[in-house]
Design a protein around this ligand. Structure first.
Ligand code: SAH
Length: 262
């Protein structure tokens, strides 16, 4: 899907290969280059400038042109980080004169601050388009050989964050605490005790399953089977990015066997 600035519409036609100044927001997926879309692969390989997040893996950055300018605007979540305004300025500046890929981990539309960057480009009259990617939760359940929705268990799925701009994020806890509820919790490691406390306060059972999937799709992917009461302890030595799957238990033995077979 292509978009052009509302204020100054440009010509129509496919700009993806034409070399025009343009910003392509591209989903890099969870890390394994094989989980890139073909469109993402083409755009990454053609870009003059690649502005990427910290979680984009080296294998994917290796797919850029040798002469491409790579800029890491990674945010650590808690440590020092790039200011969003500075990232927006960088996109506008490079997007006005080069083929820019704004490479975001997973799907750019999931906890990726896409709207803020798009608004900056719109305001400056820079054209852009968005290429979706595989979000961490989808790849995490693929590793488990399970699905995020299941007939008779959960008719809906929540994608939530452990923390937001104000600190630990508040949610509709009563709904999340219901038996059978499933939520994919992003950025949840530091919020584990808060999550457990809030959910149990709203009636969730202490033994509600939680699967932690660290380094999804990478060589060091790790699945930790926990329950709500043990979640903080289960996360104690998790140092890589992790998605917490509330309400999902690995099928014992199956996921390991599945991986062996691959
Ligand atoms: N846009 C991304 C999410 C960015 S927010 C997506 O769609 O996946 C960053 C959070 O995403 C991390 O804190 C972690 O919870 C999750 N995440 C991203 N990549 C991951 C990976 N390879 N393994 C596990 N979790 C990951």
């Amino acid at each position: 899907m292509r978009h052009f600035p509302i204020s100054a519409p440009s010509t129509t036609g496919d700009k993806r290969d034409s070399g025009c100044p343009h910003v392509h927001f591209v989903g890099a997926g969870p890390g394994d280059p094989e989980l890139l879309t073909l469109r993402a692969l083409g755009l990454i390989g053609a870009a003059d400038v690649v502005i990427h997040d910290r979680l984009v893996t080296q294998e994917i950055l290796d797919l850029t042109r040798p002469d491409a300018l790579l800029i890491d605007v990674g945010k650590t979540g808690f440590g020092p980080s790039w200011d969003q305004g500075d990232i927006n300025d960088l996109l506008v500046r490079h997007g006005a004169e080069a083929r820019v890929v704004r490479l975001k981990t997973g799907d750019p539309a999931v906890f990726g601050r896409l709207d803020e960057e798009v608004a900056a480009l719109d305001g400056a009259g820079v054209a852009y388009d968005v290429t979706p990617g595989i979000t961490a939760a989808s790849a995490a359940v693929a590793g488990l050989g399970l699905s995020l929705t299941q007939r008779g268990r959960n008719a809906g799925l929540r994608i939530v964050t452990g923390h937001d701009a104000k600190g630990f994020a508040e949610q509709d806890w009563r709904d999340l605490a219901r038996p059978g509820a499933v939520a994919a919790i992003y950025m949840g490691k530091r919020a584990a005790r808060f999550l457990t406390g809030r959910l149990m306060m709203h009636g969730a059972a202490a033994d509600t399953p939680v699967s932690v999937v660290e380094n999804v799709s990478r060589a060091d992917e790790r699945i930790i089977s926990s329950d709500l009461i043990g979640l903080a302890d289960a996360l104690a030595d998790v140092n890589g990015p992790a998605v917490l799957l509330l309400g999902i238990a690995p099928r014992t033995g199956i996921s390991a066997a599945l991986r062996e077979a691959l």
